[in-house]
Design a protein. Structure first.
Lengths: 342, 293
């Protein structure tokens, strides 16, 4: 296709992506270097028969004037990145000097908001992704052994958790697991502990969200694996059966190598999706004990007094860098393949 | 696997059946339970004394005189203004689907027929864009949108959702157009058609299977979106998902929890029916990128 024709065909979608994906990333980058204005304060002298007192109040008029003149805020350089709510450089230095053991230091650091969120996000990715691959593969194998006639409805039932939005999915589970729900109440009875509930412990909350993640993402892995299983050639499997290979050996030596590229694809997609975990935290109302990077940004953006654009932008930039690190191996590999293909 | 040589022992078959039934229970029961519970009163579905009330409908009988009640639905749809939210969702979904298909088919067709190096780089860029968490993009939008005073209205959200949706649509339709033989449109070009004419007369009639799949995914994205709609729309224009969140209230004991339950059912039912109808397309779409390479 000639370049000129290509240009006109591609212009609308290209424009949409540049304007609403490319530019916002740049806008986020710029915003991250600014911080909201401080409030202007003034001294007010108040005199009454008993004498004069000087009090300091916020000058709302002046504050809003400054905000209007420079809506972006004041220039802050890398200040937002290094403050307590983000990388917390100074705090970490202080902890390093003050704490005696390494364990205490780690404890202190993981209590800082950004690191807390980073650790939750990574833990979530680390536990959800491999389990999604495994469960998805087992379901695919198992459904593949069922008679063809009843597979349709079974597949429909299997993909339900995936097609609902994460907020709805987590709510539906939360209403069951909560102390007043069917599962929660029964577990309380079983354990004989009326105070046992999702919110009572951080570990329980984390486990619940991770289980939710596996429940929500496994159907996707299942669908892809199931389709890939249909393309596995029959002859080698029949040969293996004649040679006396066990079921497990057949899967390990024939099926898995055949669908290997698909496994990397699923792993990549589910890693990307898990890294942005956010809605389940709202659905399970787990803000107290589990915060992810995306949730931190959301929290800044719905801040009631002043929207913390700078703070949200700084977290966003660091999230984007995180995504870049995750994607780098794949991109490098694709590029190498592309170069050798030429 | 269903091969003639492959004989399965009875034990394996039983095990397999048990596994599938367990999994289906885990996958579907939460939805069935929520559907059931949406016809009860709050004291039953969120019973503090006895979870069995949700089945025996103890409080529902006392409060409404019947075992099932549709109060939650009628209240959420009228008082809770869920009708407005569903109207907004329909507007957003229809526009997002049609615009993103229009842009996506043109772009993906061009990508699939280009042999230049930049086509590869565009696809890679789209992959990177696909990986961006939506909330990071939203944090980029908010400030400029406030300044331009286009925050809170439906058209802005529609355009944003179209753009966010483009990378995936492009990839999906790209791999679809790759399966349409080049010779088809090339012969039209030789006969003197321009590329646009070839697209209009040769490609358009055969592209519908791919377009339906891509359309379904755009629909699911627009219908299910929470991040963008919750932050870019004002209260008045909220779509269904942010509306459900607003029913939850700030903590468990405020808000109208039963409204949220009935709203969840109302929002999920159309989606389930759609997927039931188009199951084949959804599955082929999910596997398009993966299986073909």
């Amino acid at each position: 296709m000639p370049n000129k024709t290509f240009f006109w065909f591609f212009l609308p979608t290209g424009l949409a992506m540049i304007l609403f994906i490319g530019l916002p990333i740049i806008s986020t980058g710029i915003q991250s270097f600014y911080a909201q204005h401080d409030q202007v304060v003034k001294e007010v002298k108040k005199c009454d028969p008993f004498g004069c007192t000087v009090s300091i109040v916020v000058d709302n008029e002046e504050t809003s004037k400054i905000r209007e003149a420079k809506p972006l805020g004041k220039f802050n350089g890398f200040g937002t990145y290094t403050d307590r709510n983000h990388l917390a450089v100074e705090e970490i230095k202080k902890f390093w000097d003050e704490t005696e053991s390494f364990g205490a230091f780690v404890d202190q650091v993981t209590n800082l908001p950004f690191y807390k969120a980073l650790i939750f996000t990574l833990t979530y990715c680390l536990f959800v992704t491999p389990n999604v691959l495994l469960l998805g593969f087992i379901i695919a194998l198992s459904l593949n052994a069922v008679a063809r006639k009843i597979r349709g409805p079974l597949i429909f039932g299997t993909i339900l958790p995936m097609i609902v939005t994460p907020l709805v999915g987590s709510l539906v589970l939360f209403w069951m697991i909560d102390s007043q729900g069917i599962i929660g109440a029964n577990i309380q009875n079983l354990m004989n502990d009326p105070y046992l509930s999702l919110k009572s412990s951080k570990t329980l909350t984390w486990i619940t969200i991770i289980i939710y993640g596996i429940w929500h993402h496994s159907p996707f892995a299942f669908v892809v694996f199931y389709a890939a299983l249909q393309t596995v050639p029959q002859e080698p499997i029949e040969a293996a059966i004649i040679d006396g290979a066990s079921r497990f050996q057949r899967i390990k030596h024939i099926v898995l190598p055949h669908i290997y590229p698909v496994v990397t694809f699923v792993a990549l997609i589910s890693l990307m999706d898990n890294f942005r975990v956010f809605e389940p935290i709202i659905g399970f109302s787990a803000e107290g004990s589990a915060q992810s990077l995306s949730w931190l940004i959301y929290d800044n953006l719905v801040n009631e007094e002043v929207i913390l654009f700078g703070s949200a932008a700084a977290t966003s930039m660091m999230t984007i860098i995180g995504i870049a690190i995750l994607l780098a191996p794949v991109l490098i590999r694709t590029w190498k393949e592309f170069k050798t293909a030429r | 696997m269903d091969y003639g040589l492959d004989t399965k022992s009875t034990r394996l078959k039983t095990f397999n059946t048990i596994f599938i039934i367990t999994w289906l229970l885990i996958a579907c029961f939460p939805f069935i339970w929520t559907f059931w519970g949406s016809f009860k009163v709050r004291a039953d579905f969120f019973s503090r004394s006895d979870w069995w009330y949700a089945i025996s409908a103890f409080n529902t009988l006392i409060e409404t005189g019947g075992k099932f009640t549709t109060n939650a639905y009628t209240q959420a749809w009228t008082e809770g203004e869920f009708w407005k939210a569903s109207k907004n969702t329909i507007i957003v979904t229809v526009f997002v689907v049609s615009i993103s298909l229009f842009l996506g088919t043109l772009g993906a067709y061009a990508l699939s027929r280009s042999t230049e190096k930049y086509a590869f780089w565009i696809l890679m860029a789209a992959l990177i864009f696909r990986a961006m968490p939506h909330i990071t993009l939203v944090s980029g939008y908010l400030f400029p949108f406030f300044e331009l005073q286009i925050w809170g209205i439906l058209p802005t959200t529609i355009v944003v959702l179209v753009a966010i949706n483009q990378p995936f649509t492009l990839w999906l339709l790209y791999s679809f157009f790759k399966t349409v033989p080049k010779e088809l449109d090339e012969s039209a070009l030789i006969d003197g058609c321009s590329y646009f004419q070839a697209f209009r007369h040769i490609i358009m009639p055969v592209m519908w299977p791919g377009v339906i799949t891509a359309g379904l995914f755009s629909l699911m994205l627009a219908y299910n979106d929470f991040t963008v709609t919750a932050l870019l729309l004002n209260q008045e224009n909220h779509t269904m998902v942010p509306k459900i969140q607003s029913y939850l209230g700030t903590n468990q004991h405020e808000g109208n929890l039963m409204w949220a339950v009935s709203a969840v059912v109302s929002a999920t039912a159309p989606l389930f029916m759609l997927v039931m109808f188009f199951q084949r397309q959804v599955i082929s779409g999910l596997t398009a990128g993966a299986v073909k390479g």
